[in-house]
Design a protein around this ligand. Structure first.
Ligand SMILES: *Cc1c(COP(=O)(O)O)cnc(C)c1O
Ligand SMILES: [Zn+2]
Length: 420
């Protein structure tokens, strides 16, 4: 850790009653049980100086260190971030959007362990080391497990990773390989999370998404910062983003808001459209019902990385969707599979089920005519298709032939040319 750097991090503050706490491994308010959030002191901030510093910074999220709850640039070799933002005209055409609409895909599968979780884990582990922890842990729906195990291995921390035991085999293997202690809990993610909350009381471990959650969550802001930078220091009109606990969804908004307040970008907060799987849609249901809280659900969906039945940030996600004139939709498992294929066939990006959820919601918005002329939409693709191969297994044909021309001519049908 470089010592000449200082941090703007000032305190942890309760999101409900604004009680302030020191910047330690704390996450819940003692007064009202509300969640704690990192607070900064940006007094004396100079936007043009900050912009220069960002642009001269690293090729990853540490270029935004001044906006994160850490003291300077950590020395982990697995720096996430600066993932591609790709304009997806063929996808826009397939959705029959007006020609002046722009669809942009933020491909966060391009991170070191192939999901956006590397952002939050990098920040949480950096903070864990600053606070003196030697063991890190997490409750995970899969991608967090991959990322905690890999990032702990990279910097020599002990790790314990807790997942539902029925997780996709690819995600279990891609976690165990890093030499972590992998614990498969016979239950849902919500059972895993409850167990980890109890364990956090007993063990002196940094649970990245329990007692370090206020720091962990801040990592997602970097997706907003990158989007602004990659759009030439402007804001999109709308974002479409998956929701599990609601942390990513709400923190992208916090990232945009911070930069608006600090004068690094101008304009208005985009519309926020949240995406859930119908088999686990507590936030989408609450949105449709007009509730300002979420009723717990028991997940049953192929989108396991989003299968959180009691979303911690659900009320804040609801508020954001309403306040920004966005919305929250849910899609069926068949729509998710179709979403994965649509993205793959129009952009060359193979996403996991969570990305299928996001693209399927984009398609719903397009079909309902909600995306207006001239809109610029950023779609957050948060994970990699190779991790959920089962979702891609059906509906394809392999043309098996003998190694000769006659067999090829006989068994492989001629292809209709693809437009564009
Ligand atoms: C964890 C995860 C999300 C969203 O998580 P939140 O809990 O809402 O922050 C989205 N996509 C993928 C692939 C994930 O692993
Ligand atoms: Zn409080």
């Amino acid at each position: 850790m470089s010592s000449e750097q200082r941090t703007a991090l000032q305190s942890l503050r309760c999101k409900e009653c604004a009680t302030e706490y020191p910047t330690e491994a704390l996450y819940v308010c003692e007064q009202c049980f509300g969640p704690l959030e990192a607070c900064y002191d940006f007094s004396g901030f100079d936007p043009s100086e900050a912009k220069r510093k960002i642009q001269a910074g690293s090729n990853g999220i540490w270029r935004y260190s001044d906006f994160l709850p850490i003291s300077g640039r950590p020395d982990s070799p697995l720096e996430p971030g600066l993932t591609p933002l790709i304009r997806a005209d063929r996808l826009a055409a397939a959705l029959d959007l007006p020609p002046d609409c722009e669809i942009w895909i933020k491909n966060d599968a391009a991170n070191p362990t192939h999901s956006f979780k590397d952002r939050v884990v990098a920040v949480a582990l950096a903070r864990a080391r600053e606070l003196g922890f030697s063991t890190v842990a997490c409750a995970s729906t899969g991608n967090l497990a991959n990322s905690v195990a890999a990032n702990a291995a990279a910097v020599g921390l002990e790790s314990f990773v807790f997942v539902p035991s029925d997780l996709e085999e690819q995600k279990l293997l891609a976690t165990a390989i890093y030499g972590t202690t992998l614990v498969g809990v016979k239950g849902t993610y919500d059972d895993v999370n409850r167990l980890c909350t109890e364990l956090a009381e007993e063990q002196n471990w940094a649970f990245v998404n329990v007692n370090l959650r206020p720091y962990y969550a801040e990592g997602s802001k970097t997706l907003a910062y990158e989007t602004v930078e990659q759009l030439g220091w402007t804001l999109p009109d709308r974002v479409v983003c998956p929701i599990a606990s609601g942390s990513l969804f709400t923190k992208i908004s916090r990232g945009f808001s911070e930069w608006l307040e600090l004068g690094l970008v101008s304009g208005e907060l985009p519309r926020f459209n949240g995406a859930q799987a119908a088999g686990c849609a507590p936030v989408a249901i609450a949105y449709a019902e007009g509730w300002d809280y979420c009723r717990p659900v028991k997940p049953d969906t192929i989108a396991k990385s989003l299968a959180i039945g009691t979303p911690a940030d659900g009320p804040y996600a609801l508020d954001l969707a309403r306040r920004s004139n966005g919305g929250i939709d849910s899609v069926s498992d068949d729509q998710i599979r179709a979403g994965i294929r649509l993205l793959a066939e129009t952009t060359g990006i193979f996403t996991e089920t969570a990305g299928g959820v996001t693209v399927a919601v984009l398609r719903e918005l397009a079909e309902r005519g909600e995306i207006g002329p001239g809109e610029r939409v950023v779609v957050y693709i948060t994970g990699e298709g190779l991790k959920t191969l089962d979702a891609a297994r059906e509906g394809f044909e392999i043309h098996e032939i003998e190694p000769n021309l006659a067999s090829f001519a006989d068994r492989v049908p001629a292809r209709v040319a693809i437009a564009n």
